[in-house]
Design a protein around this ligand. Sequence first.
Ligand code: NI
Length: 198
Amino acid sequence: MLPRTRAPVVALAAAVLGLIGLLGLSLWLGLKPLLQDQHLPVIIGGPFSLTNHRGERITEKTFLGKPTLYFFGFTHCPEVCPTSLMEMTGLLKELGPDANRINAVFVSLDPERDTKTLIATYLESFDSRIVGATGSAEEIADIARKFRVYYRKVEEGENYTIDHTATIYVMDREGGLAALIDYKEDQASALRKIKRLL
Ligand code: NI
């Protein structure tokens, strides 16, 4: 037994400690979900070095200063790429004079077959403002990794095809990701995403 005089002090100390403990616990329980939800920001984009369809060296800096649409694909693509590039062409047409205030880039994921000449010929079917880009296998792998673009060669032989991400990346003037346009997304919705940046 404690001496009578010290009992209230011990009781008070115990109460204070208990309160601190409860506060700590509730704080921890409150923070825990926040800490668990705290994902590291995914950075999309970044430095790259490629060759355009005219044979000129281009980097991410080439397109800074204007919002830029990036689409990744390959010229032998039977459906997804022609559809997306037609949609990109439609977006540029709908933007009217504002289309000159943005860049549009088609990056090949097939450096093996897509020479600058082939890309130049391919792009004749679409808006002439779309810039084609290709590079070495390493340069393409590098930009694909930075944009989190999935691509994988399927089938063997020379008639191989490539599974790939069909998203259009909308980057702001500083080269940061501003929006994504889905494959076959409604044109009005896609236009809103671009116009916000003008
Ligand atoms: Ni494609």
